[in-house]
Ligand binder design. Structure first.
Ligand SMILES: Cc1cc2nc3c(=O)[nH]c(=O)nc-3n(C[C@H](O)[C@H](O)[C@H](O)COP(=O)(O)O)c2cc1C
Length: 168
């Protein structure tokens, strides 16, 4: 059984999750999306970071090229995992994968620290801007800072084990 774990990661959070999944599936090929040669695999774990409520451009482009496969997905996001925003991300990604007739085995996601450069830029926005830093937003950014943490990584490894047990 050929398994691929592939990911896009700008600041390293999603890469950590990919590596944690790889612990559960050590015989899988672990590759950043930029290094994939082909999609000739029995099962593909595809991961990305969230940008505007869906996969970032690199993982989105790949997801659109995967057809008729067994897939599992993972992502990291700045929002809380139990938020409506996280649900939207799940829906958007699952719809994308289902539209290409893929068989989805499951998904995993957790919060990931937000790029400090983005926070600095957001902090310059005028208070009446819709993305201006409210107290609630600042709290969320602060909470995201420690993620993915050890528990997130252990959960990701467990996710990998669950997917493999479903697949076999
Ligand atoms: C340009 C940009 C846009 C983002 N958009 C969102 C978003 O729409 N929703 C969200 O929850 N997080 C968003 N984030 C936060 C990232 O998804 C999050 O920090 C993620 O863990 C980064 O993963 P990486 O370290 O693998 O690049 C955004 C971050 C950046 C830099």
């Amino acid at each position: 059984m050929k398994i691929l774990i592939t990911y896009s990661s700008k600041t390293g959070n999603t890469e950590k999750i990919a590596k944690a999944i790889h612990k559960a599936v050590p015989n899988a090929n672990l590759l950043p999306i930029s290094e994939i040669i082909d999609l000739n695999y029995d099962l593909i774990f595809i991961g990305g970071w969230i940008d505007r409520a869906t996969f970032d451009q690199t993982s989105l482009t790949l997801a659109k090229q995967i057809f008729d496969k067994n897939v599992a997905y993972f992502f990291t996001l700045g929002a809380y995992p139990h938020s409506e925003h996280a649900k939207d991300c799940v829906n958007n990604i699952e719809t994308l994968l289902k539209n290409n007739n893929n068989n989805i085995f499951g998904g995993y996601f957790c919060q990931g620290a937000i790029d400090p450069k983005l926070i600095s830029w957001l902090s310059t926005l005028p208070l009446d801007h819709k993305m201006a830093p409210s107290e609630e937003r600042r709290q969320r950014w602060d909470d995201a800072k420690s993620h993915p943490n050890q528990i997130d990584l252990e959960n990701a490894t467990q996710f990998g084990l669950n997917i493999i047990s479903k697949y076999q």
